[in-house]
Design a protein around this ligand. Structure first.
Ligand code: TXA
Ligand code: MG
Length: 322
């Protein structure tokens, strides 16, 4: 049986550190989405993450560290290209796959030879990582396959009673998950599109290859087709007006930049009134949470321009579609 908690929310990093040291899981803010953290070397605590999220143990976790000077705590070696990317993007929304250290619990890496490592930029979590000295294994703080949380309230609504503490760092500034990359020589392989765009990686790395397009074998389970999903069915379309005409008025529309005039719908949400992709990313999951809670049977989402952060947003919307 999982213990029940009277879940508290607050900004006390010392209290969060105490819970983690005692083997509990705590929700933490990052610039991408909230994470569900445990001490990475405490195997029982790491196992709790999987139980709390109802996530299969075959899906490995990202380890969060305060800086690139701490990589050897969990990694055996660091490829030159990984160092180059971290130099440019850390702290920030980049996750690198590195050969794992042998003493890292296999529950963290799900038995894979690599460990996923990220250096989050959020000041509260930076403070927690530095003062506690603990490497923190943390997936997104949502139930398995559900919408990732970008506020403490989102975490509370899904994990209330399952964890003792939510460290509240306000709304996440990036709003979609980190970009996950692996290395083969000088080639950077992108396993999950995310907050750092392909274009941004290409400025720093000579060769960037996308490994998560449809017909590739599943390497990172975040690539599973159904993921990040609201409970309502979601239809992704280039032509909101045509879809709305076909599907009737019992819908919530998620537009990129503008409401569509003359359409009957329960509500129309807008991701960025100025058509800014970074703002759209920041608002994406909150819009999905909101749409999911509205009195309508279906969500109709508009596809975004397939460039920069738009590509990662479309990837999430595709996986939310069912
Ligand atoms: O922005 C983020 O990355 C957030 C915040 C909390 O840091 N974390 C996050 O974790 O999105 P999660 O578990 O929801 O997604 C991480 C993805 C999973 O799909 C997992 O399969 C993949 O990373 N992954 C983790 N370790 C891996 C490994 N060793 N090899 C391949 N894929 C790995
Ligand atoms: Mg996740």
């Amino acid at each position: 049986m999982m213990p029940r908690f009277d879940t508290q929310t607050g900004t006390d990093t010392a209290l969060a550190a105490r819970y983690l040291q005692q083997g509990h899981c705590v929700a933490i803010p990052t610039e991408t989405v909230y994470g569900l953290a445990a001490h990475a070397f405490d195997e029982a605590a790491v196992s709790q993450i999987f139980r709390i999220k109802e996530r299969p143990p075959s899906n490995p976790l990202i380890v969060h560290l305060p800086s690139a000077n701490h990589l050897e705590q969990v990694a055996d070696s660091v490829p030159e290209m990984a160092r180059t990317l971290l130099h440019h993007f850390a702290p920030g929304p980049l996750t690198v796959l590195l050969p794992r250290r042998e003493n890292l619990p296999t529950t963290v890496t799900a038995g894979l030879p690599h460990v996923a490592v990220r250096i989050p930029a959020h000041p509260l979590t930076q403070e927690l990582l530095r003062t506690s000295g603990l490497p923190l294994a943390a997936p997104s703080a949502n139930l398995y396959t559900r919408i990732s949380p970008t506020t403490a309230a989102h975490v509370f609504s899904q994990l209330q009673g399952r964890i003792p503490y939510i460290l509240d760092g306000g709304p996440c500034t990036r709003g979609i998950e980190s970009t996950i990359v692996g290395f083969e020589g000088d080639t950077v392989q992108v396993y999950r599109l995310g907050s750092i765009s392909l274009e941004a990686l290409q400025v720093v790395a000579p060769r960037v290859v996308l490994r998560n397009s449809g017909d590739q074998p599943v390497v990172a389970p975040g690539m599973h087709h159904l993921h990040y999903a609201p409970r309502k069915p979601l239809v992704l379309t280039n032509d909101v007006a045509a879809a709305a005409q076909e599907l009737g008025s019992d819908i919530v529309i998620i537009n990129f930049a503008q409401k569509k005039p003359g359409l009957a719908a329960v509500a129309q949400l807008v991701l960025s009134a100025t058509g800014n992709l970074e703002e759209a990313a920041r608002n994406l999951y909150a819009a999905l949470h909101q749409a999911d809670g509205m009195p309508a049977t279906l969500i109709v989402a508009e596809r975004l321009p397939d460039t920069g952060t738009g590509r990662a947003i479309n990837d999430r919307l595709k996986r939310a579609a069912h």
